[in-house]
Design a protein around this ligand. Sequence first.
Ligand code: NAD
Length: 478
Amino acid sequence: MPVRFDADFTLTINGNGVAGASSFDVLNPADETVVAQAPDCSSEQLDDAVAAARDAVPAWSARPIGERRRFLLEMAAAIDAHAEPLRRLLTAEQGKTLDDAATEILGAGYWLRETAKLELPEVVNEDSEVRRSITRHVALGVVGAIAPWNFPLGLAAFKLGPALLAGNTVVLKPSPFTPLMTLKVGELLRGVLPDGVLNVVSGGDDLGPWMTAHPGIDKIGFTGSTQTGRKVMASAAASLKRVTLELGGNDPAIVLPDIDVPSVAEKLFWGAFGNSGQVCLAAKRVYIHADVYEPLKRALVDIVRTVQVGDGAEHGVQLGPIQNRSQYERVLDLIRDAKDAGFEFLIGGLPEEQKGYFVPLTILDNPPEDSRIVQEEQFGPVLPLLRYDDIDDAIARANASEYGLGASVWSGDPDRALAVGQRLLAGTVWINEIQHLTPSVTFAGHKQSGVGTENGLEGLLEYTVPRTITVRRNQEVS
Ligand code: NAD
């Protein structure tokens, strides 16, 4: 049944709800009906949001960090308290199940609370009779936070927590495909944060480039595709804005011959197909030792047969649709390419004519290493299984990618798996698990999967600039 939210969605600028200069439709990907209209922020309205954020910097950054910590906790409490309506809205615009939507929303609150515990380090460089010198990390100013459509609030929280804790103010932009829940979060935080500290804007394809080029923004925190990341970096270069870029991935999973097939199959399935494959850290190509290739492939196909795909708002559904039409077309294009090349499909393939962007869960049997489905980030429920005999060959193939976001190794012997994991070129390598991230642990991408880090102390420091202050104590010139 179509979900329609009649309540208005407004931009948050300087603590006020502001109608867009115009509006655009946001679709439910499960049935292509209009969920609601979102405000389309004009360039003048972005100027207003940036000006409000700039005006708020001096007072916000001058507060003791303990006060900003408390604001983060209040933000988390406000989000938690509204988790029920927010998760319904997220499912309606994003497509994920209500359970997954709740996990994301409550996870955002958890991220804010945990980030609030981080400390900004202080280094005493010299403390002598002659001088005292201390380096502290201070706010950069205004942060432009740009989020993708797969985890709109979860990935916004990766930026909001450290940016605000460090004393910056923020202009947050969700994806035009999933702006609604983020706009509502902006609305409910109006009463929590001082005016101008958090501004939320939504709009069309021009809005992101306006932000990256805006002279009033000091830093861009961006999560999205590698292709867009390159544009963000090029645009930010004109004013030497700082950037943190969390980008695409084509994560390999390497399966050693000594696994327990049923339990690894279950974990790998969800590691590859969770959120319908629309996870930056999904297992996107699975290298399986020849000794366990056949049983693992059968176990994965058996799981696919049991999983219910449908409208995420319906009871019992485990996986939803692809989030938007252009991503849907891209995934279909990869399936068509594999079909045309004559690759073997173990299950799945092209969908029937239908409403909604549903793709059958698809597994391919050992396509060539240089095929598009192996080399490109599919970001959808299509998984290539790849057979190997020699572990050196598997590692070389796993590393032969422009991406280096995550990787996983699966074995009954964790030490043996660790020896393999240490040879993988990825920002996060898991042994016998996958996608485990925490707010206190550095998350980064190797190669073209990213620039900079999120989470943990290193992620917090990305929202600061060092300031060294030296006090001369002895006035005599030596
Ligand atoms: P996208 O790059 O199309 O869009 C991301 C955001 O950037 C959106 O808000 C979009 O409106 C905005 N944008 C688009 N063009 C822009 C421009 N020229 N300048 C500034 N902003 C612009 O990405 P997506 O399709 O929303 O998300 C999917 C991609 O994100 C996948 O590649 C996925 O792997 C990646 N991703 C990475 C991580 C990570 O942490 N590394 C996490 C989730 C998703």
